[in-house]
Design a protein around this ligand. Structure first.
Ligand SMILES: Cc1cc2nc3c(=O)[nH]c(=O)nc-3n(C[C@H](O)[C@H](O)[C@H](O)COP(=O)(O)OP(=O)(O)OC[C@H]3O[C@@H](n4cnc5c(N)ncnc54)[C@H](O)[C@@H]3O)c2cc1C
Ligand code: FES
Length: 284
């Protein structure tokens, strides 16, 4: 069983530290796991943000969105996850590029950390750029600072760093003549697309970690099919990182929203159940 040994809530993102020694010993930057909270849960892919081979623990940051992430958010220290499968996906290509810019939003703030760390260890200059709606939504900052030459911020309300998004910071840097040799982005699909558009005119090699819908995570079911440069790829086994300038974003968005109606119906009924439980316990 995969025991939850530490948990913290940063607004709508939940830090979950889970005992998974085999994964902690074999995971590499850019890889993910597929988890199930309980035996009836959906299988969902989550990036591994950090790991410790001494304690056998892995750290995940889960953004609460729908029913599966809500179930995870409700777990308590001492509970166990039913399934943690991995490491999955191809690790990030880490080498000496020169200057590497990494951009992360929502769960991607945690997601870029292991890549930043590995790039720093490979001798690169690392610039990490993170975005959130408000300054209190940032997390994992101390760790990110420790592996970055520079950490730049973007907030929607301007409460920290630049008022705007990661791509605004990137554009400003490029307009000022900062040379970026490689970019990595992790976060929501819109952010990945916008950041790729920002680096395109400068022909900066750009890797984006795609968040297509996944089921088995082994290349068998086809759920995560994406088109990259006109070729069919499966994000779970050929990715999750792809060239952001070649991704068919329209198709990806269409496929990601295939179950929106069902997801919203089930989420509403589940959150009503949670409210009813709370009322019974006298918490409301
Ligand atoms: C390789 C990879 C790494 C990821 N890493 C993280 C991470 O570190 N932290 C994090 O919070 N999220 C991560 N995600 C996204 C996460 O898997 C989805 O947010 C989650 O599955 C949503 O489930 P839900 O039931 O709570 O929400 P739902 O209401 O079911 O869906 C909300 C959104 O998530 C998408 N989604 C639903 N089911 C899946 C699925 N099985 N696979 C992928 N997307 C799905 C839907 O398209 C929808 O847009 C990652 C996705 C991929 C593919
Ligand atoms: S998740 Fe089934 S093929 Fe990728």
């Amino acid at each position: 069983m995969y025991e939850l040994i530490e948990k913290a809530e940063i607004f709508n993102v939940h830090k979950m530290v889970i005992k998974a020694p085999e994964i902690a010993h074999s995971i590499q930057a850019g890889q993910f796991v597929i988890i199930m909270g309980n035996e009836y849960s959906e299988r969902i892919p989550i990036t591994v943000s950090d790991w410790n081979t001494d304690t056998g623990a892995i750290t995940l940051y889960v953004l609460e969105l729908g029913i599966s992430t809500l179930e995870l958010a409700r777990m308590k220290v001492g509970d166990s996850l039913y399934v943690v499968t991995g490491p999955l996906g191809i690790p990030s290509e880490i080498k000496k590029y020169g200057t590497v810019a990494l951009g992360g939003g929502c769960y991607g703030i945690g997601g870029i950390y292991p890549i930043a760390k590995a790039c720093k260890e490979a001798g690169n200059k690392v610039i990490s750029i993170i975005e959130a709606r408000y300054s209190f939504m940032f997390y994992h900052e101390k760790e990110l600072h420790a592996v970055s030459d520079q950490v730049l911020y973007a907030t929607s309300d301007g409460s920290k760093g630049k008022k705007g998004k990661v791509e605004d910071v990137i554009r400003e840097m490029l307009e000022k003549g900062v040379k970026i040799d490689q970019a990595f982005f992790i976060g929501c699909t819109q952010m990945l697309e916008r950041c790729s558009e920002a680096t395109r005119p400068y022909a900066i090699p750009t890797k984006v970690a795609l968040n297509s819908i996944m089921l088995d995570g082994t290349g068998m079911c086809g759920a995560c099919r994406v088109s990259v440069g006109g070729e069919t790829k499966f994000a779970c086994v050929d990715g999750p990182e792809f060239d952001g300038h070649k991704v068919d974003w329209k198709e990806l968005n269409r496929r990601r929203s295939a179950y929106t109606e069902q997801e919203s119906v089930i989420y509403q009924s589940y959150s009503h159940e949670c409210m009813a439980e709370k009322k019974l316990r006298g918490e409301l």
